[in-house]
Design a protein around this ligand. Structure first.
Ligand SMILES: [Zn+2]
Ligand SMILES: [Zn+2]
Length: 163
């Protein structure tokens, strides 16, 4: 049986976790980092949970104009330091942010190298198992103990491709 037969790409939306449980986990991570879960941080987490894809600070403010830009930057970076939020580096000028994988689901990114848009996708568990086995084997040859992986696909999104 070939693991690669399960290589179909599935968009990751909506997020699986109920918001109560999500807030509890974020709150725990912040506590461990010596930070409080303020209303502003809570509303940033709500926005990220509602978004279908990783977003820029600008997109967050568009959604919630009551958050001043400086506050959005500061609080996103606190959430990032507490490992509740992950920054995705693209070739564009603006980083994208999403909830940490441990709070959502293991997934991968399609990154458009023209406009910088990022979308999430998941692979089947058969594909993931196969990938892990191969990566483990390749890593072991370097004396490296693999625990997890990140895989981003670079290319052109549908909008940029047709432009
Ligand atoms: Zn694009
Ligand atoms: Zn994976």
């Amino acid at each position: 049986m070939s693991g690669v037969s399960g290589s179909r790409i599935r968009p990751l939306y909506p997020r699986a976790m109920p918001s109560e449980q999500l807030h509890e986990l974020v709150s725990m991570r912040l506590r461990q980092a010596g930070q409080r879960y303020t209303d502003k941080r809570r509303s940033l987490v709500d926005i990220l949970a509602e978004c279908e894809r990783p977003v820029t600070i600008h997109q967050i403010i568009e959604r919630e104009p009551s958050i001043p830009q400086s506050s959005a930057y500061r609080n996103i970076s606190v959430l990032e330091d507490a490992r509740a939020v992950t920054r995705i580096v693209t070739s564009g000028d603006y980083a994208r942010f999403e909830l940490a994988q441990e709070l959502t689901e293991h997934h991968h990114h399609l990154i458009c190298t023209i406009c910088g848009e990022v979308s999430d996708f998941t692979l089947t568990s058969a594909f993931e198992d196969d990938l892990d086995k191969r990566l483990e084997k390749a890593s072991r040859e370097q004396g490296f103990a693999a625990r997890d992986h990140r895989l981003d696909v670079l290319g052109t999104c549908a909008r940029c491709d047709s432009a």
